[in-house]
Each structure stands twice: as C-alpha cells, then as structure tokens.
Ligand binder design. Sequence first.
Ligand code: FE2
Length: 299
Amino acid sequence: MTTTLGLSDKQLEQFDRDGFLAVPDFFSLQEAAELKAAAARQLDAIDLSTHPKTRFVTGDDQGKKNDEYFLGSGDKVCSFFEVDAFDAEGRLVVDDKARAINKIGHALHDLDPVFKAFSVNDRIAAVMRSLSFKDPRVLQSMLIFKQPKIGGEVPPHQDSTFLYTDPPSAVGLWFAMEDCTLENGCMWFLPGSHKTIPIWKRMVRRADNMGTEFIHIDTPVADPPESAYVSVPVSAGTLVLIHGAVYHKSGHNYSAKSRWIYTFHCIEGDEAGHVYPANNWLQSPNKPFTKLYPVAQAQ
Ligand code: FE2
C-alpha cells in the first residue's frame, strides 16, 4: 500500500529500469467505486442531441485532425466517441450512449470535484516528490472507458510526444477503476525503451490553426516489434506510472467487460525550469496548469 510516504526505493529502481511501474492497492475498492460513480455521472450528462460527433482517433490520423472541439478541450470536460460507435453514414450503432463514448477529458482534475479531490492531494504529491519532481503540474486528465466489444486499441506511443516540455518531463498516472485483463485491453509496455528511444516527434497545433500535425525533433524510429512488449494486467485499485518516453499501447476490448480507467499526467512546471511550448496541442489559455505542491512549499 502506497501512502503519503510516496514510492519505496525498490519501486523507484523498478520505474527507472523499466519506464513503468504498477503499484497495486494504491487506492481502495471503495475509492474505485466512487470514481466509477463520478464517471457514470459524466456519461449521464452527455446530451447526444447537441453533442459534436467527435470520435477519438489515435495514431497518425490524429495528425490530420481539424477539430476545434478537440483542440479546445484542454481546460474543459469534453467527450469523444468510439470509432466503431458509428456506421458509414455517421449514425450511432450502439444503442446505449454510455457505451459509445471512448473517453472524456481533459480537465476533470480541475472541474469535477470527485476527480479533483482524487488527483490533487498529498498522496499524489508524495509520489511525484519521490520521483524528484520540483514543480509538478497536473494536466490532460481523462476517463477512458474501453467499452465492451467496441473499445478501440491504442497504438504504440510515447506520452511526451503529446505533452512535450523542454526538456521532456511528462509522467502518466493511470488508475484502474476496474480489473484490466488481457481480454478487456490491458496496457502493454516496451520495458526500458525510455532509455533507448528519445522523443523523436511532437504533436503540435498547425501554424495555420487548422488542426494538428506531427513534427520530427529527432531521427524517426520504426515501431518496435510487437513481440518485445510485455502485458501488464492489473487489478482495480492499481496505479500504473508511465514514463513519458516509454513505448506503450493497449489492445482492443473484444470481451463483454468494460475497462474503465482514470488517468492524468504531470509535467514539470516553469518553476522547475521546464518550458511548455505554445504549439503543444493541449493549452489552458485562461489559467495555469494545476500545481500539485502547495504554494508555500514551492516558494
Ligand atoms: Fe499513453
């Protein structure tokens, strides 16, 4: 059980070696149930009659996105549909709207009281302190539902491609609200890849403000072989820490069980000397990214 003491030396060694770390029982099943109830409330609040039919597409298709809804979601709570929730004519083919949503994001940690309380507190601050963060900022919080039968895969990627800082600093905190298994689309990692593969591309807002594109900042790297990945099935209540440079992915959910997770990321803020580029896709124009450490400690 991880407490406000943060991570143990053994856990830190493992995270440094592998680029990821599963921390079982980081939060209780009671907390998981409360998060699921809050997630269900977010789903209930979606009004399909007025909602933009924005599907969440990962991979290089994302580079072609021209989608103000997506680009404006950094400081809001927005929802995105599964690709397979629509037919060729754009009609919803899933009868339950809740089962058609791929994810909700990206400011739950700021705007939803349950996720705010879960994300910004001493327990999380202790984890980031043990990772030697000086000015951790919380951003890009998401509920990812990986719905039964249609929950889409997430292709291999490095998180710092999307949440770049100079120098890179992103760490993902990924919370299993339900058991995540080989059948319902658990995470897969390429152990140690954070040490061997640099962040070689960034997803940025296009200069003409028409969506996003990828730009190369290092020599392009071919996708590592599938066989090099290890699966990381975890139980509800587990925290998985994800280094911003480690390659990871998750599979399609062909099972009858959902795979609800909550996740957010931390980056080093400007008080730690890290620069958050103005052309990163995610922006929060009206307020700074949420500080994790109390102001008094940061001074
Ligand atoms: Fe990721």
